[in-house]
Write a protein that binds this ligand. Structure first.
Ligand code: TYM
Length: 328
């Protein structure tokens, strides 16, 4: 199957990104044709320092490889290196409605309280739909927070197919995993772990050192009843720690509940610190090597060529359907 996904180059790539999305990227690459993008055009929906943006693009590319995405198996590239993304986004813009875009939760959240919301944030889902549809992707591995974006991508694909025929777009499916699809903030387990939260203690970034990992987990918000049980509604803090533990170690939540029955939260937290440290250590050492190497740039160049070759075919097909251009 053709798999496509992307991550924004915004720094602070954290355990939520890893467990919700990146880990799936690696698992899928052996049996599928995987294309993984660094979505820098999405990142500029909020003004970015150009030098920092460029560094973050390379950071994410290096992280992709450090977690185990193998450029011999998967295509890794930067979104803005393939013009088809912007081109298809415009075409999709002309098949979309203000109403459906205004209803997107991300738009509502990010524009709340602003006198005039940035157009980029409003049309963000169209660029994301273009990313996916450009590659005829069948499967899109993402965290739960992207569900609505996958839905609108499907709606757009079906709408255009109804007009021009089912051979216009492949209608994609999201792929969400059970443990890790929604990792919550450590200091406020009722909201999701995010790159942009002000508090450093809310997240564990993949490149955090041992001291930071320990501090954030040991200080994680829990409750006062002292029972280690998975119950996201009534015990969001402990449930979040259990699902991080399960996703990092591969042990099931049920088995963790049984193993820690009668233990205090401190014991669970201490063990989780070790599990997270051990899980991230090999990623961090590979990252340090790859980030410095010329190989990284070479991988992105080859990736962009491969991605462009696929994208050009789709753009040609879609332009023909719409009657655009002279067919060159
Ligand atoms: P981004 O960069 O915010 O996040 C990258 C991936 O991490 C997942 N994620 C989480 N998963 C579990 N728990 C969390 N707390 C958590 N926070 C983030 C996200 O669901 C995502 O899979 N719009 C996308 C990027 C994008 C994209 C695409 C993805 C652009 N085009 C095409 C797939 C296909 C985004 O902002 O992800």
């Amino acid at each position: 199957m053709r798999v496509f996904s992307g991550v924004q180059p915004t720094g602070n790539i954290h355990l939520g990104n890893y467990l919700g999305a990146l880990k799936q990227f690696v698992e899928l690459q052996d049996d599928n044709e995987c294309i993984y993008c660094i979505v820098d055009l999405h990142a500029i929906t909020i003004p970015k320092d150009p030098i920092q943006l460029h560094e973050h693009v390379l950071d994410v590319a290096a992280l992709y490889m450090a977690i185990g995405i193998d450029p011999k198996k998967s295509t890794i590239f930067v979104q803005s290196d393939v013009p088809g993304h912007s081109e298809l986004a415009w075409i999709l813009t002309c098949s979309s409605y203000m109403g459906e875009l205004s209803r997107m939760t991300q738009f509502k959240d990010k524009s709340k309280g602003q006198e005039s919301a940035p157009t980029g944030i409003f049309s963000y889902p169209l660029l994301m739909a273009a990313d996916i549809l450009l590659y005829d992707a069948e499967v899109v591995p993402v965290g739960n927070d992207q569900k609505q974006h996958i839905e609108i991508t499907r709606d757009l694909a079906i709408r255009v197919n109804n007009r021009f025929g089912d051979d216009t777009f492949v209608v994609p499916d999201g792929r969400f995993i059970k443990a890790g699809a929604r990792v919550m903030s450590l200091d406020d387990p009722t909201s999701k772990m995010s790159k942009s939260a002000e508090s450093e203690m809310s997240r564990i970034s993949l490149l955090d050192d041992a001291a930071k990992i320990k501090k954030a987990i040991m200080r994680a918000t829990t409750d006062s009843d002292g029972i280690i049980k998975y119950d996201p509604v009534n015990k969001p803090g402990i449930s979040n720690l259990l699902s991080i533990y399960a996703a990092m170690s591969g042990e099931s939540i049920e088995s963790l509940e049984a193993r820690y029955a009668g233990e205090g939260y401190g014991t669970l937290k201490k063990d989780l610190v070790e599990v997270v440290k051990e899980g991230l250590a090999p990623i961090q050492s590979r990252y340090a090597e790859i980030r410095q190497s010329q190989e990284l740039i070479d991988v992105l160049k080859v990736g962009a060529e491969k991605a462009n070759a696929i994208a050009e075919v789709t753009i040609k097909r879609v332009k023909e359907k719409y009657g655009l251009g002279i067919g060159i």
